[in-house]
Design a protein. Structure first.
Lengths: 223, 341
């Protein structure tokens, strides 16, 4: 395949409701995410765009009305991407006390089995980074975090769990996060915390925003 | 006002959905059959975004605690007001104390599965983040952020033309040809929905791509407002895919590792990571939303222009409804206003 072509961003349709913009490259990096934030800021005011929604190193544009001339919008989007510079958001740091393992971390053993690391090593590696909030999604108030130690990456579960509680700290592939309310999940839950991430009556309703940081503080380890 | 008499689970207050909250992780929710809701609101002279009660489980009973004009759209549930049979897709007036009963959906294999109970003035619950739709996962919106229960009391709002709550004197006694008849779409005798191929469509085996369009898909019992899990020939990727989490919308057809697709429905979460085979186009999501559990559907491939044309066709049908309703309402008001001789 032509390398120059492969380096172009990919744009795909989500029906007539939205499009998905994916810059080239593998993995999830903060510099790319900072450009995604910049692109979201630029495109949010476009007349075709109802909402610009950052994902993990990608961006969804939900349409106000589906554009009749899709090619023109796509070209404008690619041009805007090439013009973006990283937007270094630096929000507040939120410390979350976590109890790892036990009833609140039923899949810690699966992460041990997959990684071959000890519980202490997994807890140490998981609680070490200052995690930037890359994006919100999944369910109200949920934060996608960047920067997890790849050594503790563990594939999503073959069969999703019917319901995990709010405050569940989990690993899905190379990502980690904290569920904001009870619901189904395919991720491996390794611990729990208590934090209110969402209040529909608050302004804004989500407690965190992209560019904020989460640090997990080890409150306890149940073996 | 209406009081819920059934313990029937899963009925909920819905409007056309909540926009603008995706960046906080808030999905749109909204009526599974948006066309039934829009038509019901037109019949009653409501604002297009007025809320109604979506009913997926029957029988379902409510008591009117005040005089009220209402419309029934969506599934034809052999409705009765006390003992009197009611026409579907029609406007009616209830007196205080009367009981409305919705039975099992009628119409055999091609039956719809969800009824909409729309009231003049709309269901008056407090808007949350710009919408009255129930956000089940977030436990807000709708009636106390949850599905309705026996004993819940819902108020009707004031009507746009200045009538009181529930507009007991609003024009009524007319109705519509349902869109399933006016805008039919079937393949080999099965209900069909149109699909725009998605980002990972080319990454599936050719045999899987061909089977997707050629075979029928059963809507399994693990299907609800969040998503419809389908059963059919497993869709196999050429190579396994692990995607970065990204935004998704209702209609997106995800294929988990097992190969059985899941169509995201109105309560879909706003992001996901499974490969996307395609998206049921917005114009046809109401058709799928009405397909009963256990029934089979077919998928029809369309391109962008055809998907837009389908939206135009839907809008044109609603325009036609609006014109027809305007005539009926004018006639009803004239007959009410003229003195009897």
């Amino acid at each position: 395949m032509n390398i120059a072509l492969a380096r172009q961003p990919a744009i795909s349709l989500l029906g007539t409701t939205a499009l998905l913009f994916e810059p080239p490259g593998e993995g999830m990096t903060l510099p790319v995410q900072q450009r995604i934030w910049a692109l979201a800021e630029t495109t949010a005011s476009w007349p075709e765009v109802r909402e610009a929604v950052p994902g993990m190193n990608n961006l969804m544009l939900a349409f106000e009305q589906p554009p009749r001339d899709l090619a023109a919008l796509e070209a404008r989007l690619v041009d805007a991407w090439h013009a973006t510079r990283p937007l270094p958001l630096a929000g507040r740091v939120v410390e979350l006390p976590v109890v790892y393992g036990g009833a609140g971390g039923p899949h810690l053993a699966d992460v041990v089995a997959h990684t071959g690391l000890s519980i202490d090593e997994i807890v140490a590696r998981h609680s070490a980074p200052l995690y930037p909030v890359y994006a919100l999604g999944s369910h109200p108030g949920y934060c996608y975090l960047g920067g997890m130690d790849e050594r503790i990456a563990t594939p999503r579960r073959r069969v999703p769990v019917v319901s995990i509680p709010g405050g569940a700290v989990s690993i899905g592939g190379a990502q980690t996060g904290v569920s904001a309310s009870a619901g189904p999940s395919g991720w491996n839950t390794i611990g729990s915390t208590s934090m209110r991430f969402f209040d529909a009556a608050a302004e804004p309703p989500a407690a965190l925003r992209p560019g904020d940081f989460i640090r997990f503080h080890v409150q306890g380890v149940v073996r | 006002m209406i009081e819920v008499l059934s313990s029937a689970a899963l009925a909920s207050v819905q409007d056309l959905g909540r926009t603008g909250g995706l960046r906080w992780g808030v999905g749109t929710a909204g009526a599974m059959d948006d066309l039934a809701l829009a038509a019901g609101n037109l019949l009653l002279g409501n604002a297009p975004g007025a809320a109604a009660v979506e009913i997926p489980v029957f029988p379902f009973e409510v008591r009117f605690t005040a005089d009220c004009v209402f419309a029934l759209t969506g599934a034809d549930c052999a409705a009765r007001l006390d003992a009197a049979a009611l026409l579907p897709w029609w406007t009616h007036r209830a007196r205080a104390g009367q009981v409305l009963t919705l039975g099992l959906p009628q119409g055999g294999a091609g039956r719809a599965s969800r009824a909409m109970l729309c009231v003049a003035g709309g269901i008056d619950v407090p808007p949350a983040l710009g919408s009255r739709s129930t956000q089940l996962r977030g436990a807000f919106g709708g009636h106390e952020g949850r599905a309705l229960r026996r004993g819940d009391v819902l108020r009707a709002g004031a009507t746009a033309d200045g009538g009181g709550a529930g507009a007991a004197t609003a024009p009524h006694g007319f109705g519509l040809v349902p869109p399933a008849l006016a805008l039919p779409l079937a393949v080999d005798g099965l209900p069909a929905v149109r699909v725009l191929p998605g980002a990972e469509y080319p990454a599936f085996e050719e045999a899987s791509r061909e089977a997707f369009w050629r075979t029928s898909w059963k809507i399994t019992a693990q299907s609800d407002r969040y998503g419809f899990r389908l059963d059919g020939e497993a869709l196999r990727p050429i190579a396994p895919m692990e995607l970065r989490s990204h935004g998704i919308v209702p209609g997106v057809i995800q294929v988990p590792h097992g190969g059985q697709p899941i169509v995201q429905m109105r309560d879909a979460q706003p992001s996901g990571g499974y490969p996307k085979f395609g998206t049921v186009i917005e114009a046809d999501l109401w058709r799928l939303g009405q397909a009963p559990i256990g029934s089979r559907v077919r998928f029809v491939e369309v391109d962008w222009a055809q998907a837009l044309a389908a939206l135009d066709e839907k809008a044109a049908w609603l325009d036609g409804v609006a014109r027809l309703v305007a005539l009926h309402r004018a006639a009803a008001i004239a007959s009410t206003a003229s003195p009897r001789t």
